[in-house]
Design a protein around this ligand. Structure first.
Ligand SMILES: NC(=O)c1ccc[n+]([C@@H]2O[C@H](COP(=O)([O-])OP(=O)(O)OC[C@H]3O[C@@H](n4cnc5c(N)ncnc54)[C@H](O)[C@@H]3O)[C@@H](O)[C@H]2O)c1
Length: 287
């Protein structure tokens, strides 16, 4: 089924994903507060406007506005503004719409920020808005290519009809689809995805510095470890939560490498955090 889609925030994510959805046959309009961005898009042949004006009673409105880090937390001011604009547009038009948060946000943002703000503006109106989370996984350097050929799409919504319409929209792009019956799981998948990447980089950076301190090439060592370690080769290894590791090797070798690192003047912060988490989990389990 062809959907009427509005993309609010036509930057890296909004443009790439909107462009991909256009390619699947949906009618897509871009909305951006920057007039020069809208002019660029219009010149390039896309429907674009600085204001959100709904021309259909059953639209999908995808919010892909910035959520920068301010004071080491998400700044939701752009998102709140986009939600207000969206709610006003829905109130003016009437009908029943799906508001999809594509921006990266902390878990429970849809439930605790987006939905209440929408409902407070729609109060007293017969118009309805259902909030869903479909985070974007594309990489900035290859944004359009990634949006056209996603490897994974995650959809979160408590409503079966919303999930099914979004599966239809995003499923047409290909790749694996994972569906959650809540928005918070979907929100958490996205940031955990990035933090897992960050943790891997920091692990190997710590190893690199330690190796360099005794004249070894950390890149060569990482290249082997990432292929030999079961955590890399067996995709589900270590992902069943709540169970600390034990046995003869992991605790002993973790202690051994931390002690060695300390002798080299290396803080071994990642390895120490690994030990600390394991120890506190073991205490919780009474082990
Ligand atoms: N860039 C990436 O590689 C990437 C990848 C995945 C997820 N994300 C996430 O997607 C979100 C968007 O990131 P981006 O890189 O596309 O940002 P961007 O800065 O490239 O684009 C955001 C656009 O939103 C517009 N905007 C801001 N407030 C608006 C409003 N109220 N109404 C309409 N338009 C508005 C801006 O003018 C801008 O054009 C962020 O949450 C980001 O973390 C980014």
């Amino acid at each position: 089924m062809t959907e009427r889609i509005f993309v609010v925030g036509a930057g890296v994510v909004g443009f790439a994903s909107g462009r991909a959805l256009l390619g699947s046959g949906h009618r897509v309009s871009f909305v951006d507060t920057r007039a020069e961005r809208c002019a660029e898009l219009t010149d390039a042949g896309f429907e674009s406007s600085t204001t959100l004006e709904l021309d259909n009673d059953r639209t999908i409105i995808a919010l892909s506005v910035p959520t920068p880090s301010v004071d080491a937390a998400y700044d939701l001011s752009y998102l709140r503004e986009a939600v207000r604009t969206t709610a006003e547009a829905i109130k003016t038009r009437g009908g029943e719409h799906i508001v999809v948060v594509r921006s990266t946000v902390a878990p429970q943002t849809c439930d605790e920020v987006v939905a209440p703000l929408l409902q407070s503006i729609l109060e007293g109106s017969s118009a309805k808005a259902h909030v869903a989370s479909v985070p974007e996984f594309l990489r900035q350097a290859t944004a359009l290519e990634d949006a056209l050929h996603p490897t994974m799409t995650v959809i979160g919504s408590p409503l079966p009809e919303v999930r099914s319409r979004l599966e239809n929209v995003f499923g047409s792009l290909g790749g694996e689809i994972r569906v959650f019956e809540d928005t918070a799981s979907s929100e958490l998948v996205k940031i955990a995805h990035n933090c897992f990447n960050a943790a891997k980089i920091s692990f190997f950076n710590e190893l690199y510095v330690l190796a360099a301190s005794i004249g070894l090439d950390g890149d060569k060592i990482a290249n082997v470890v990432v292929r030999s370690a079961e955590a890399s080769t067996n995709i589900d290894y270590g992902t069943k939560g709540g169970f600390p590791f034990g046995g003869n090797c992991l605790p002993k070798d973790l202690d051994g490498l931390i002690a060695f690192a300390e002798r080299q003047g290396n803080a071994a912060s990642v390895l120490r955090a690994v030990r600390e988490i394991n120890n506190s989990l073991a205490v919780l389990q009474g082990l």
